[in-house]
Write a protein that binds this ligand. Structure first.
Ligand code: SAH
Length: 400
């Protein structure tokens, strides 16, 4: 096995159990390692620290598999880590019976580059790093053993793989398509999951609890759901007794599934739903001119900043939509607003939204209060040693 020696002082982050080793921390690599191979990580003095996956093409040159420098990284290692991740979910009552469940949340479950989402008896995996890519077979077998699922599909077609010098890979790792549409029930609502062509692994599981919150809040309200994707928030609003739900997204295919999802739930009043294929930035301004007002607005945009370097541009985009949304709220209205940008901290997000509220209030005397802080569901945990994993933050605001 090759040995990766760190520059003096660069062992500190490893000792704090942070799993990333950037190129600037690496002094030298002794021995031969191909992309994804396991390397021994040692301090400048040669003290063994960890075992990590080598990613020569990436600025994150290595990602730690184990902080025990003696732990063997083999099939049995993945079996243990995958079983532990699954057990972590089973132990939480709100997750135990979920048909749609994130089983492995990458670094936060001790498996950098590995995402696994379960939809009924199908598991969809996404491998984003050279190390994860190398252990594909062990990961798939471990998922099969830990869950009993006989269908495992790979959706490793994300952009970040190119930073690792990896091509896109998709297809069945175990079993095959049943021919049936994949449908899960979430908070009592049936949702189709397009795991072959949908975003991420097909569905945004991280918003499960927040969607249920919308059901609680929506009763008798006029709801506007921006960036609706396949209508997760919209259908929860209908289930909660919303008077009317307007849903907006720029993706035609997402809206087609959204309407299909509504049809899968005959208990919901379809006459209360309206769909708009539109750019949210432009459409919110149009709506303002039309005099429409809403009692509850959901803003769940895509990632605007991939890293902190893009935070400024992202801040302008967040401010724009939050300002527009605040102006569309009826007196006493609620705004549920999110950022899933890793490069925008919860603190910065709150500042941006406060700026939008100040501008919105300048002409209307509106005042805005945070009534709840929101985050991802418990199957998307954040390892305290890895704050980068804390990507989803939201605010529930009440205006008057
Ligand atoms: N709230 C959703 C997930 C939203 S994902 C859920 O609970 O499932 C973000 C969505 O924003 C995607 O569906 C994408 O198609 C859409 N989108 C991205 N940019 C957009 C824009 N400028 N205008 C409208 N929709 C946009």
């Amino acid at each position: 096995m090759a040995t990766l020696t760190l520059h003096p002082g660069k062992e500190k982050s490893v000792l704090r159990r942070h799993p990333w080793l950037f190129s600037g921390a690496v002094a030298q690599l002794d021995g031969r390692a191909r992309p994804g191979d396991t390397v021994d990580v040692v301090s400048h003095e040669g003290k063994p620290l960890a075992r990590a996956a080598w990613s020569p093409a990436s600025q994150i040159r290595a990602r730690v598999w184990s902080f025990d420098p003696d732990e063997t990284i083999d099939h049995a290692f993945f079996k243990r880590r995958v079983a532990a991740a699954v057990a972590r979910r089973t132990a939480l009552p709100e997750l135990a019976g979920q048909q749609g469940l994130r089983l492995i949340h990458a670094e936060s479950d001790g498996l950098p580059g590995v995402i696994a989402d379960r939809y009924g008896d199908t598991v969809v995996v996404q491998l984003t790093t050279a190390g994860a890519d190398k252990w594909r077979a062990a990961i798939a077998d471990s998922l099969h053993k830990a869950t009993g699922c006989t269908r495992i599909y790979e959706r490793s077609d994300v952009e970040v793989r190119s930073l690792e010098g990896l091509e896109a890979v998709t297809g069945w790792l175990l079993g095959e398509a049943s021919g049936d549409e994949l449908v899960i029930e979430e908070n009592g609502v049936r949702m189709a999951v397009d795991f072959v062509a949908g975003h991420k692994t097909g569905f945004y599981l991280d918003q499960r609890d927040n969607r249920r919150r919308v059901a609680e809040l929506a009763t008798d309200r006029r709801v506007l759901n921006c960036f609706c994707y396949t209508a997760g928030f919209s259908l929860q609003a209908l289930a909660g007794g919303a008077r009317e739900v307007v849903s907006m997204d720029s993706s035609g295919p997402a809206l087609a599934i959204a309407q299909r999802n509504l049809a899968l739930n005959p208990q919901l009043d379809a006459a209360r739903a309206t769909w708009l294929e539109a750019d949210v930035f432009a459409e919110l301004r149009n709506l303002r001119g039309s005099g429409e007002r809403y009692d509850l607005i959901v803003l769940d945009p895509p990632k605007f900043a991939h890293t902190a370097a893009h935070a400024e541009r992202a801040a302008r985009a967040y401010k724009d939509i939050n300002l527009s949304a605040l102006r569309l709220l009826a007196p006493g209205g609620l705004l549920m607003t999110y950022s899933c940008s890793g490069g925008v901290s919860a603190e910065l997000f709150q500042k941006i939204v406060a700026g939008a509220a100040l501008d919105a209030g300048a002409s209307t005397k509106m005042s805005v209060r945070i009534v709840q802080r929101l985050q991802g569901a418990a199957d998307h945990p954040v390892d305290l040693a890895f704050p980068e994993g804390d990507y989803l933050k939201g605010l529930l605001l009440q205006v008057d």
